[in-house]
Design a binder for this molecule. Structure first.
Ligand code: KG4
Ligand code: ZN
Length: 350
């Protein structure tokens, strides 16, 4: 009954000129609430990051993350509303990340979203976090439309996908072990850069040279990737130097890591784009902020007449604007309508 009533509301919303969606994101260590009009216009995007809290532990502690989401989420909602100059009554639907992510962290956002949608009597739309990342590109590039090849690179995922339209994604290749961001964070930890490692590696690599050869890509012809061999080779290299009390060449390690992790992925992404006959590549996820990846993928794309898109830096890492945007496209295409039974799921496929 409730579901049918909400389906009716969705049908009415589709006739409206403007659809205002409130997005909620809490899958890892960012509590975020955003308000987005028509999927592309961000009215507010408030992100409360827990990075300082988790830095002390060298990485995200799931239980600590969940507790901090609980403490932050009401304030983040208030800020999102006041910054957009809107009231709850102005919101047409709620979109929430229900997976993938840390289960306790996801549960905070999902419970909050369910309560809001139920009390406001407006539709609740479930959003896949991995797909949500891609929408950061729709917000950044107002005229960008699918189809294209997507490269999703984050702390939890590394995937080359065919983005057929707003809601249909075909997985072409993924990591067989660590995600690229996760591997970078671990490398950063062993060389003493701390958490989160990606941005620090990005900076240090610019001062270094590609002087250390760690591994060769063993999956050259495939679209799949592997990063744990590279990570382990770097850890062993650092351990040996430590045993001999020798200095760690931090900048050179960072530069070598970037060359050996990113260049094969760039080659695979461009090859996938050519083979599938597309002329656009869109990158998404926290690692899409990386300057080496941005520069080299652009260069490779230029050589093949492929246009390469990256999200605005503010939308690369986790944020609720991309979730609200995905919620909008889900709503228009009859995907994700949920009710009070929506569950958080830690592992969901693309
Ligand atoms: O998308 P995201 O915020 O969270 C997940 O969904 O995983 O991505 C976080 C990841 C972390 O591994 C972080 O180190 C990495 O993105 N990252 C970067 C950069 N900025 C963030 N990696 C490389 N270069 C950067 N500039
Ligand atoms: Zn993410």
């Amino acid at each position: 009954m409730y579901f049918e009533q909400m389906q009716k509301k969705v049908d009415e919303l589709k006739k409206k000129k403007d659809i205002i969606i409130l997005g909620i994101e809490s899958s890892c260590d960012e509590t975020s609430v955003a308000i987005v009009k028509n999927g592309r216009e961000v009215l507010s995007n408030i992100i409360s990051t827990q990075i300082d809290i988790h830095t002390r532990f060298g990485g995200v502690v799931p239980e600590v993350a969940s507790r901090n989401h609980v403490m932050a989420i009401t304030n983040v909602l208030d800020n999102a509303l006041s910054s957009a100059n809107l009231k709850l009554k102005d919101i047409d639907a709620i979109a929430v990340t229900y997976g993938a992510g840390l289960i306790g962290a996801l549960m905070v956002g999902v419970s909050f979203a369910k309560s809001l949608s139920y009390s406001l009597n407006i539709p609740l739309i479930a959003v896949n976090h991995i797909r949500g990342h891609m929408c950061a590109n729709y917000i950044t590039h107002k005229d960008l439309v699918p189809p294209f090849i997507g490269l999703i690179v984050s702390g939890g995922h590394t995937a080359i996908v065919e983005v057929v339209d707003y809601i249909h994604f075909n997985l072409i290749g993924s990591t067989l072990d660590d995600a690229i961001g996760e591997a970078g964070d671990k490398v950063a930890r062993v060389i003493g850069l701390g958490y989160p490692g990606g941005p620090k590696i990005d900076k240090c690599a610019k001062q270094g040279s590609y002087s250390i050869k760690f591994v060769k890509d063993s999956l050259k012809k495939s679209y799949d990737s592997s990063f744990s061999g590279l990570k382990t080779a770097i850890i062993n290299y650092v351990n040996k130097l430590n045993q001999k009390n020798k200095e760690i060449p931090v900048n050179d390690i960072c530069c070598s890591f970037e060359n050996e992790a990113y260049l094969p992925l760039i080659e695979k992404t461009v090859r996938a784009c050519k083979e599938k006959g597309y002329d656009k590549i869109c990158v998404a996820g926290g690692v899409s902020a990386n300057s080496f990846l941005r520069d080299n993928l652009k260069k490779s794309g230029d050589k093949e007449n492929i246009k390469v898109y990256f999200p605005d830096f503010s939308l690369c890492t986790d944020n609720a604007a991309m979730i609200a945007s995905m919620g909008y496209f889900n709503l228009l295409n009859g995907v994700g309508l949920s009710d009070i039974n929506l569950d958080a799921v830690s592992n969901i496929p693309l």
